[in-house]
Design a protein around this ligand. Structure first.
Ligand SMILES: [Zn+2]
Ligand SMILES: [Zn+2]
Length: 375
């Protein structure tokens, strides 16, 4: 029997329903079909969409295998896969890039129409390769990085340098890169710009360093957690605002720091619904642009009429506008060459068996990223 025809029994972190605990279970992972690869995960991390999915957004199908940040090694490939082979080190992605559809050709967006985000939690053929006691398990997007093994369509993985630092590779697979891409690809921040970043978690810190690399001269970091001041400075903020220290709004405080005008660009990285309007209001009238990348669990968000009426632009983004192959490979290379202080993100680690500890650690003020060491 060839390796590709075997079902693997392994451990995975599963969420059983909205508000239900995440449990580590023995599951079955089917072999890859013709265009798919099976990946043995080496290292994973936790990102906010894993948490929001346990609350029913954006995923509503359960049981679901969580984890969309991680890096692994290809265990087997389907017989039509030509660009990847057993032993390749890969980052699973939640968006593909065909380089041929209308959106890919336009180069205006990363939202490929051929390999879109898998909101259903199923493979492109609308099935799953994971099951537990005979019951289907859904993916989080096209991923399941908190599983010892996961299967993905080959168009949803990126091959990286096999010597890349495992934790750092995991960090660049979603949160940090989303922030970086938002400054680089969505806002296209110009040299000399003033930028405001709402929330200095991994996503916000990515937006900070992305803005810095684009040449922003002033980068204002906003966070209610005083611990984030030093983290922000390590990535390149020039000013720190703790809105908890003032009775003024965050947008008023940004304007005070920018000659009353506001920032050229702002990045909403918190997913806190009331900060949508604030992030837009914090930018210049007529030309300011706010990029929304934070994900909360509210489907509709309040927006102040005057915030948007006064000529500002509000732009949403998935994965910071990064194309999953052309752009993410550049980031992986930069990460590998240590062009970002990714080690500053690494604050905690747990084993897969202790996954619930990761959710608790994230509530601590000194926590940025929790690495999950796979067995
Ligand atoms: Zn495409
Ligand atoms: Zn994420």
């Amino acid at each position: 029997m060839s390796k590709t025809s075997e079902i693997i029994t392994c451990k995975a972190a599963i969420c059983w329903g909205i508000g239900k605990p995440v449990t580590v279970e023995e599951i079955q992972v089917d072999p890859p079909k013709a265009t798919e690869v099976r990946v043995k995960m080496l290292c994973a991390s936790i990102c906010s969409t894993d948490i929001s999915s346990t609350k029913g957004f954006p995923h509503t199908n359960f049981p679901i295998a969580l984890g969309h940040e991680g890096v692994g090694i290809i265990e087997s490939v389907g017989d039509q896969v030509t660009n990847l082979k057993e032993g390749d080190v890969v980052i699973p992605t939640y968006i593909g890039e065909c380089q041929e559809c209308e959106n890919c050709v336009s180069e205006k967006t990363n939202l490929c129409m051929t390999y879109p985000v898998r909101w259903t939690g199923l493979m492109p053929d609308n099935t799953s390769r994971m099951s537990i006691r005979g019951e289907r398990i859904y993916h989080i997007f096209s991923c399941a990085t908190w599983s010892e093994y996961m299967v993905s369509d080959a168009n949803y993985v990126l091959k990286v340098d096999p010597t890349i630092d495992r934790a750092h590779a995991s960090f660049i697979s979603c949160g940090f890169s989303t922030g970086f891409g938002a400054a680089w690809k969505e806002a296209k921040v110009e040299s000399g710009s003033t930028v405001a970043v709402f929330g200095l978690g991994a996503v916000g810190l990515g937006a900070v360093i992305g803005s810095k690399m684009q040449g922003a001269s002033r980068i204002i970091g906003i966070d209610t957690n005083e611990n984030k001041r030093a983290k922000g400075e390590a990535f390149g903020i020039t000013d720190f605002i703790n809105p908890g220290d003032s009775n003024k709004s965050a947008s008023e405080l940004v304007k005070e720091l920018s000659g009353g005008m506001g920032a050229d660009y702002s990045f909403e990285c918190t997913g806190v619904s009331t900060l949508l309007s604030e992030s837009l209001e914090a930018t210049k009238i007529g030309t300011g642009k706010a990029i929304v990348i934070g994900v909360g669990i509210e489907i509709t968000l309040p927006l102040g009429l005057f915030a948007i009426l006064l000529g500002r632009t509000l732009k949403g983004s998935v994965f910071g506008g990064l194309r999953a192959i052309s752009d993410l490979s550049i980031l992986a290379d930069k990460g590998h060459k240590k062009e970002f202080p990714l080690q500053e993100l690494f604050t905690h680690e747990v084993t897969l068996a202790d996954i619930n500890k990761a959710f608790e650690l994230l509530k601590q003020p000194n926590c940025v990223k929790v690495v999950i060491n796979m067995p």
